[in-house]
Design a protein around this ligand. Structure first.
Ligand code: EPU
Length: 418
């Protein structure tokens, strides 16, 4: 069993470079299957979710060369076959393979995807999209079979701006007849990254990044090169580390615009912050003010930064309010944070109040999901004494070299294997 051990209270100084975005990479890799040639993707983060996708690519018959952060995928010999449950259950993004295989072969059977347990996470909007494109969708127990003689464009109205459904519809509708229009599409930067990749392969997608995305079907997609955008959630996580323990900690290789809502909250708190073109410099600031935060789809405050910002709210002078509107079960970090001294009042399963300021003390805690794990690492960095975190596999799914990056700026943190 792997654990992260942190001896807290160290000042963080120096530079952290942000890696490629997990939530882009996990969509770009399956999207590569739509090409009948070779695609190259650079800036792929070295995280366990990418390894899990690589295993699926290989299982489906793709040839993968992965050196450093560059991945070359040759999908010319790929076939559509059922991905074993133990491979597809590992992560949410495995369902992007379902859409890519449907788009290319018009016939796919897959288990429902896995992913962090932070809410129900149904896939009804994706299945609705497949049906709108003319596919026949059959659900039997935990498996879905989707077949079509051909896919034909249509108007699709999403009930909510779902990131997954928007990407799934993009992937399944690129190689089709006619025009597909996604209304109420999600606007996250990762969607723009995927659409640009597909357009580089020869797709005709317009409007990605807005709430109406139009896809004009083409016959086939070819070779291309693309780059994964910087991980805005990793960037935000390290910026919180700087706000808790930094002395001019520089977080670089990010697109500040992608975390505008987050940065404006830090500004409202009074955190000492310099925002440059592709970097942020941040320091621990005395007497920061409490704020209210409501998570929303992009460009609102990202739900994935809700748990990482919580330790900072604990250090504010007064009561902050958090409202989680995307997931119904994204406060599993709170009981763990309370072991470290946090004072939290639960109003509903969506709304909590955080009473500050408190000083964190080291404790034995457990990560319940990826961002809950990030939250505990951040509290551990700020805490007096030793923090031991269990279930760190969650954290390693989404943060490239988190131990090395934090050690390099002065943290005392290690990964141990018991
Ligand atoms: N929803 C439905 N039906 C659907 C699809 C979504 O009811 O068919 C609901 C979900 O249950 C959820 C909300 O709509 O309550 C938003 O879900 P969305 O589809 O937007 O999320 P996702 O695609 O499953 C991605 C990221 C998440 C991130 C969300 C929101 C990946 C692999 N995952 O999930 O990332 O929280 O978008 O931004 O891209 C993380 O990185 O820690 C993480 C959980």
């Amino acid at each position: 069993m792997k654990q992260i051990v942190i001896d807290g209270g160290k000042t963080l100084k120096g530079t952290i470079k942000v890696s490629g975005a997990k939530n882009s990479a996990v969509a770009l890799i399956p999207a590569a299957l739509l090409s009948s040639g070779i695609v190259k993707i650079d800036n792929i983060p070295d995280i366990s979710d990418v390894k899990a996708l690589e295993d699926i690519l290989t299982f489906l018959g793709a040839k993968v060369k992965h050196e450093g952060n560059l991945m070359e995928i040759d999908s010319s010999n790929v076939v559509s076959k059922e991905i074993p449950r133990e491979l597809s259950n590992k992560l949410r993004a495995s369902y992007y393979f379902m859409s890519a295989l449907l788009g290319r072969f018009k016939d796919v059977t897959m288990y429902f995807p896995g992913g962090c347990s932070i809410g129900a996470r149904p896939i009804d909007q994706t299945l609705k999209g497949y049906r709108a494109l003319g596919a026949n969708v059959t659900e039997v127990e935990d498996k879905v079979t989707v077949k079509a003689s051909k896919l034909k464009g249509d108007d699709i109205y999403l009930d909510m701006p779902s990131v997954g459904a928007t990407i799934n519809i993009l992937l399944s509708a690129c190689i089709s007849e006619g025009v597909t229009v996604i209304h109420n599409a999600a606007k996250e930067p990762e969607i723009v990254n995927v659409a640009t990749f597909l357009n580089n392969m020869g797709a005709k997608i317009k409007g990605a990044g807005t709430s109406v995305v139009t896809i004009t079907g083409v016959d086939k997609l070819g070779s291309c090169f693309t780059e994964v955008i910087p991980d805005r959630i990793e960037a935000g996580t390290y910026i919180v580390a700087g706000a808790l323990c930094g002395d001019k900690l520089r977080v670089e290789n990010l697109i500040p615009k992608h975390i505008d809502a987050f940065l404006s909250k830090l500004d409202e708190m009074g955190v000492e912050l310099e925002v440059g073109t592709d970097y942020v410099v941040v320091s621990k600031t005395p007497c920061i003010k409490p704020v209210n935060i409501k998570t929303l789809g992009y460009p609102g405050f990202a739900t994935d930064l809700q748990q990482p910002i919580t330790p900072l709210l604990c250090t504010c002078e007064g009561v902050s309010k958090l409202e989680e509107t995307i997931y119904e079960n994204r406060y599993k970090n709170i009981p763990e944070l309370e072991k470290m001294g946090a004072s939290v009042e639960t109003i509903t399963n969506r709304i909590i109040k955080i009473h500050g300021p408190i000083e964190f003390k080291g404790a034995n805690v457990s990560a319940t999901d990826l961002r809950a794990g990030a939250c505990l690492v951040l509290a551990g960095l700020a805490a007096k004494g030793k923090t031991t975190i269990d279930n760190v596999e969650y954290i390693l799914r989404g943060y490239e070299n988190i131990i090395g990056k934090l050690t390099d700026v002065g943290a005392s943190i290690s990964l141990i294997d018991n």
